[in-house]
Design a protein around this ligand. Structure first.
Ligand code: FPP
Length: 254
């Protein structure tokens, strides 16, 4: 694995435009620490993190990324103090209120994966409206993981397949990787369901229940930058690290 820090931002990077990862997934970490460093409440970091989402969405779309998946709220994040959870549930409302016109201009389509029905009504309304308002867009998919957890996703998929087997609709012997993938929340992303590149900010090097099935062959890049500081150069540095990797998918180099 390759880690880099903010110092490398000054290094000129030349990306190969023909090898931009089609699907980039990001664990946006470090909002709280960013705010703490500035002696501000944690939610101040989340607010700034939302601005980073806007910048990185624009840049990823300009670079030709097909799917950008952002881990915005996990099924475990409900354990945080009520005030913080309430703030995080308001953020998508504010984000889409201010950013949908830009997303339409950029031809970006919004998708949300996760247990949306369990979100507060205002959050559900905002995400459903954003998906409907951008449904005709044909460019990058901005895929928010909201109330998402990978183990829960896998459990739901197993329940779906087991229910089909119980009714006789599905022969258990025919369950293969493709059928499992089809039962996951990323199925609607089609050929781009699996991230090529997974980035985690803030210096933490773990996966935190994110896309466990889908990242089987993803390249992992960890950066020390806190999410509010993650900028266009950081994204390009992560893509450059990806382009320097030798992806073999279990095979050998030709
Ligand atoms: C992790 O940082 C971040 C989150 C749990 C929330 C991520 C949300 C955003 C970046 C804003 C989302 C924007 C939209 C549009 C939905 P942390 O709070 O765990 O940071 P820490 O590890 O420094 O405490």
């Amino acid at each position: 694995m390759f880690s880099f820090g903010k110092k490398q931002q000054t290094t000129p990077v030349t990306l190969d435009p023909n090898r931009i990862p089609a699907h980039i997934a990001i664990i946006m970490d470090g909002n709280g620490r960013w705010a703490q460093q500035k002696h501000r409440p944690r939610v101040f970091g989340h607010r700034e993190g939302m601005e980073t989402v806007k910048r990185i969405t624009r840049h990823a779309s300009d670079l030709g990324v097909k799917v950008l998946t952002l881990y915005a709220f996990s099924t475990e994040n409900w354990k945080r103090p009520d005030d913080e959870v309430n703030y995080l549930m308001q953020l998508p409302v504010d984000f889409f209120d201010t950013f949908v016109p830009d997303l339409i201009k950029q031809n970006v389509r919004v998708n949300v994966m996760g247990y949306v029905d369990q979100l507060p009504a205002k959050t559900q309304k905002a995400v459903r409206a954003a998906m409907a308002d951008t449904a005709q867009n044909t460019g990058m998919v901005l895929n928010f993981a909201l109330n998402y957890g990978s183990r829960a996703e896998i459990v739901t998929a197993v329940q779906t397949l087991a229910a089909q087997a119980a009714t006789g609709e599905l022969d258990p012997a025919t369950i293969d990787e493709q059928k499992v993938a089809q039962a996951l929340m990323t199925a609607s992303l089609g050929e781009y369901a699996d991230p090529d590149l997974l980035i985690r900010t803030s210096g933490e090097e773990r996966i935190s229940n994110f896309l466990l099935w889908q990242i089987a062959y993803s390249e992992l890049v960890f950066t020390d930058a806190l999410w509010p500081d993650f900028d266009d150069q950081e994204l390009e540095a992560a893509i450059l690290a990806y382009q320097r990797r030798d992806r073999r998918f279990g095979g050998i180099k030709k």
